[in-house]
Design a binder for this molecule. Structure first.
Ligand SMILES: Nc1ncnc2c1ncn2[C@@H]1O[C@H](COP(=O)(O)OP(=O)(O)OP(=O)(O)O)[C@@H](O)[C@H]1O
Ligand SMILES: [Mg+2]
Length: 452
């Protein structure tokens, strides 16, 4: 996949035993599949060094419905991401997202009675408690995806955030547990395996998006993350720095496009273009005299559509979605405590006047969440700052978070051949656009060090 000019102009080929700290996020969305490759720079900040995107053809409402088509889309996105790195990066291991209406969350409490009562509570006691939760018996057809410990309780002392170093016999914790249908989780696993990849971790999509767009202060203050995708609207509520509530609403931007198609009697493609270019979530912001002309089918007259009519269709459906988000905020029990407001992200968040409608219905401050919040070098990666990439970038951030915890994640295969070039910018590739001079140097030095 190296172009000829690249191979001929002083390419340096190094064999490396161990790869750089690279983490890959794969977002299997309803409308697109996006693969992001992230790397830490010399300041320990995460940069996205490559990405590949393909149209998603086998996913409905966030759930894989056609394995073969999904595998094709995954392979295409991964190949693009690999090609755009200046080197033969072989992606093996990915963090993958999961969403869909089958996702449920439960609150429960777990207990671990310690054997060594004289010693201090260690990380292994917490790990044992968490492992016990993963082993919890689910109703048939359901499986646990993630277990989030919240507050701990040591011998009846409540509200402990980190019990390591304390003494006590009974270690308890409140847990937020995410479950999903076994068949849907299996389909994701099958798609990844058939694409020649392996899974590092399956992560709930709104949790990943939240990592990309929310600040730590917002999570502390209490905030509602809403990711409006094509097929689903995902909700994650944080308070006191912890995840408190998650939900997946089975409607997203695509249902709005369908409404426009049916309401205006036009083709689906035209409806999508109309929504993206002229759509608004507020009728009151559209002027009655503004009209857009849609060409008619062969031999038929063109159609005139008032922008206020278009906004009326969009607002009606958007209000319905926001009402469902509001129900989730109420169900969380944190409605009165949240002071960080709402952060909307995902493709649907780009709809004009959407934050205003959110504020109007929920009474909460609303902002749009862009996924570059925690990335270094954002000026070089203009194209990936779109809210449609929040989940994919969040999956990369989650991978580094896990790596920081366990400090042992290695994404590049054992004997990977990496080619470095004297001047990567000459390739004119995505890599050249997104990778700063410093981080390129770091990549180069890394391989040199390994070679020596
Ligand atoms: N400028 C825009 N205005 C309104 N809607 C938009 C705009 N840009 C994109 N969208 C909508 O965003 C949706 C796609 O968003 P996104 O890429 O986040 O979804 P996805 O991740 O593929 O799907 P999901 O997360 O539901 O599985 C589509 O419905 C699209 O019409
Ligand atoms: Mg999505």
């Amino acid at each position: 996949m190296m172009d000829k000019s690249f191979a001929e102009s002083g390419t340096k080929v190094n064999k490396v035993k161990k790869g750089p700290r690279v983490v890959v996020g794969l977002d299997i969305g309803t409308t697109k599949i996006a693969c992001f490759v992230g790397m830490k720079n010399e300041h320990d900040k995460i940069e996205i060094i490559s990405m590949g995107k393909s149209e998603s053809l086998g996913v409905m409402r966030g759930v894989v419905s056609n394995i073969e088509k999904t595998v094709q889309s995954i392979s295409h996105a991964v190949e693009l991401a690999q090609e755009r790195v200046a080197g033969n990066l072989k992606i093996n291991n990915v963090n993958v997202g999961i969403a869909g209406q089958h996702i449920k969350s439960i609150q429960t409490r777990g207990i671990h009675t310690r054997k060594n009562v004289l010693g201090e509570i260690a990380q292994k006691d917490i790990d044992a408690l968490i492992d016990d939760m993963y082993a919890m018996v689910m109703t048939p057809g359901e499986e646990i995806i993630t277990v989030f410990p919240q507050e701990y309780i040591v011998d009846n002392e409540q509200g402990i955030k980190d019990p390591v170093g304390m003494t006590g016999v009974r270690l308890e914790a409140n847990f937020h547990i995410i479950t999903g249908h076994v068949s849907n989780v299996t389909n994701i696993r099958t798609c990844i395996e058939r694409s020649g990849l392996s899974i590092n971790e399956i992560i709930l999509e709104p949790i990943a998006s939240a990592d990309a767009v929310l600040s730590d202060e917002e999570k502390e203050a209490g905030v509602v993350l809403v990711d409006i995708g094509g097929g689903t609207t995902d909700v994650a509520i944080f308070y006191d720095g912890l995840i408190r509530h998650t939900a997946v609403i089975p409607f997203g931007g695509n249902v709005i496009t369908e409404d426009i198609r049916n309401g205006c009697k036009i083709m689906l493609k035209q409806a999508e273009q109309l929504k993206v270019r002229f759509g608004s979530a507020l009728v009151s912001e559209s002027k009655d005299h503004e009209i857009v002309c849609i060409p008619g089918l062969k031999g038929r007259e063109s159609k005139e559509i008032r922008l206020s009519t278009l906004a009326g269709i969009i607002q009606a459906r958007m209000e319905e979605i926001i009402e469902l988000v509001r129900v989730e905020i109420r169900n969380s029990g944190f409605e009165k405590k949240i002071i960080g407001g709402v952060v909307v992200t995902g493709g649907g968040s780009q709809l004009k006047h959407l934050p205003q409608l959110f504020e109007f219905i929920t009474g909460m401050d609303t902002r749009i969440g862009y996924p570059t919040e925690h990335l270094a070098n954002t000026n070089q990666i203009e194209s990936i700052s779109s809210p449609i990439f929040s989940t994919g970038i969040g999956l990369v951030l989650k991978g580094f978070e896990k790596e920081d915890k366990h400090n042992s994640l290695d994404n590049v295969s054992g004997e990977t051949e990496i080619r470095t070039h004297t001047d990567p910018r000459k390739r004119g590739s995505f890599f050249a656009k997104v990778l700063s001079k410093e981080s390129f140097k770091k990549l180069e030095n890394f391989f040199r060090d390994e070679d020596e």
